[in-house]
Design a binder for this molecule. Sequence first.
Ligand SMILES: Cc1cc2nc3c(=O)[nH]c(=O)nc-3n(C[C@H](O)[C@H](O)[C@H](O)COP(=O)(O)OP(=O)(O)OC[C@H]3O[C@@H](n4cnc5c(N)ncnc54)[C@H](O)[C@@H]3O)c2cc1C
Length: 414
Amino acid sequence: MRVVVLGGGVVGVSTAYQLQKDGHEVVVIEREESLAAETSWGNAGMIAPGHSFVWSSPAAPKTLLKSLFLKDQALRFRFSADPYLYKWSLEFLAQCTHERARRNTLLKHRLATYSQKILGEVVAEEDLRYDRNTRGILYAYRSDAAMEAGAQHMKLLESDGQVVQMLDRAGVAKVDPVLGAAPGITGAIYCPTDETGDCAKFTRGLGALVAARGGEIMTGVVIRDLQTDGGTVNGVLTNQGIVRGDAYVLAMGSFSPLLGRRVGISLPIYPVKGYALTVPIGQHKAPPTVGMVDEHNLVAITRFDDRLRITATAQFSGYDNSNKASDFTFMRSVTQALFPDGGDYEHANEWSGLRPMTPTNLPILGRARFANLFCNTGHGHIGWTMSHGSARIVADLIAGRAPAIPMQGLGYRA
Ligand SMILES: Cc1cc2nc3c(=O)[nH]c(=O)nc-3n(C[C@H](O)[C@H](O)[C@H](O)COP(=O)(O)OP(=O)(O)OC[C@H]3O[C@@H](n4cnc5c(N)ncnc54)[C@H](O)[C@@H]3O)c2cc1C
């Protein structure tokens, strides 16, 4: 078949790769001049099944409420005139029961774990350089009580096979001497099988392989609409004409629902903005060597070879993806306090991007409304982690094969 993939982020490009592996002809359409130029560019780079906990948890309603009144929360929620925000928020709140949070977390963990396995296969087969670090991720705490609560929480993922080690400060120092010496850190939950790597480098490398093997990568092409005929899609209308295929994959991240609405597909995806700093390490002597999350401040810090990537904040401001210097003040100061000689903080690249969040925090995979239209979208806050498995699943569905893991919680619901 000739399959047209709409969107050239990590999800779209991974899908094109898996489809090509199955013998299909593939076309990727991306509006930016390069692949992975939007949300897949600036993420924390964590391949983190150990971070599969859903945001729609019993604690979330209180956190949302608090964020309405307090400034500088890791979560920034404001009322707006956008009716989609209210619809999405009600659906999100409905997922915040103990039972649903538990179920959604386990489904997400299953997909994340499967996805890491598929990533491993891709990396074993291809020569991809993306600053991969397989030394795990440290989820760091600033008090014994907070770590004990974190450990209780982690039992859910442990019961599902996640490898977890509880480390005191000395134990942290054995994994990363720099974090072990950082002020304020009392211990960490260590997930040694989690890993990190630069998602944009990976995506661009994979896209180059797809192109070298005959795939068509159309960058700088804006998708405007879908041409449909009864129960099938028969073309993608772009600013450069119509692109046709036998099947189509919707992988436009936060922008998928906007296109979906044009053809009667309602996708419960809302953009949640996050911020990232990319700090050159230069001649600095003490950058961290392993990815970490400061669980108290909700700041994630990853080492990509010669750079640090620092990410934080979940902000509801619709499709406004702007940022200003003050958005980065807190995350910069947290990192600088932890790793004063970690990098050139004054010359950091400042970036923001939109996480395509669903209320369940699970992506939407598979056929939607039309016989030949498949979704692979809504990967939220750990889309780099879940992208490889999602791509394999969608390729299997297009081939008419049963995916390797159950589709529970992942399909499109009209
Ligand atoms: C601050 C932050 C930190 C994160 N940290 C992590 C992490 O550590 N680990 C992890 O697993 N995940 C993380 N994520 C989440 C992850 O980055 C996303 O889930 C993932 O990048 C989504 O990929 P995507 O391909 O679906 O979307 P995108 O990367 O947004 O790709 C969609 C593509 O569609 C294109 N597009 C949209 N509309 C059109 C149109 N009309 N015409 C043509 N093209 C179009 C866009 O240009 C874009 O390139 C983080 C996200 C943020 C914001």
